[in-house]
Design a protein. Sequence first.
Length: 373
Amino acid sequence: MLFLKRYKVLSYEMGLLFRDGEFQGLRQTGAHWFFDLLDKIDMDVVSQREPWLSHEKLDLIVKSGALRDRAVVLDLKDHERALVWIENRFSHILPAGLYAYWTGQKNVRVEVIDARNVRFEHDELKVIARSPIVNRVLDVCAVSRDHVGVLFIDGRYADTLAPGLYAFWKGQSEAKVVEIDLRETMVDIGGQDIMTADKVTLRLNAVVTYKIADARKAVSQTDDIRQALYRETQLVLRGVVGARELDAFLTDKDHVAKEIEDNVRRRADELGLEIASVGIRDVILPGDMKDLMNKVTEARKAAEANLIARREETAAIRSQANTARLLADSPTLMRLRELEVLEKIAMNGKLNIILGEKSPGEKGLADKVVNLL
């Protein structure tokens, strides 16, 4: 008949009956007939296999009380969120609003969370964070190994986070995590042109090794910690090297490097840094100054070599004088020395002895040689 309406509800379905736009109740499994002369009756058949009951008139359905013992009803306030678990598997997170979930076909479990605590903590956070729709209500971040995260909420420091996974509710407060690397890092201070006290321009290359000691200070004191350390080291180099003359700097570079390190360390403490070492890697002189230094070095080495030669000559002369004095005081030693000389001459070649005639009353050379031999 024209005025009869028939609706069929399957075992996994539920009928939502409306008359003249007003909710009239639920209709369960079976065929349902209605005599509707004025076409005011309508029934929406929904599946319970999908637990979420989504309907434009959900507020009327909930208000009627028909869902009692048949569905989980949630009326989340502005500061509340809900975690939905279906068949003991995480499904999604709900923001503030009105929701209903059928419980007849599947096991539905709901956790209501107070989002006024901006940081979201849960034993199953890793599972929840993998959900594709979680980013609608949560800001999820991970702090890497050997790092820490400095947490700011509404621009104020809140906590320092160890490595791990963290989540924060959106829409309540602004949460920001700044990740800081705790490992040792090097900063090259290259190409620094510095004038010494005696007006010589040097180019220095230095290196600073540091690590973060106080992450909060490192984030709060400056917007770029590496640039700040670079700038402070530049100033220290100019102050320490510029107060010395070239010779004093070159002859005592270790002491200069120690003074630079002490000054950089004091400033680094204020930035939340721990300095491991500061070293001068290269000292580059201007071309003309380099030639001049080479000449000075060459002259110094030549003078040192000349001084050594003179010392050796003086020692040799002194040894000869001592020997002569000893021979003069001992005729026997003198005679032995003469025999040694004759022996060396005889061994190196033929020895010819020419004897002259002796003068009257004097002992001749022949007699002296005979006596010597």
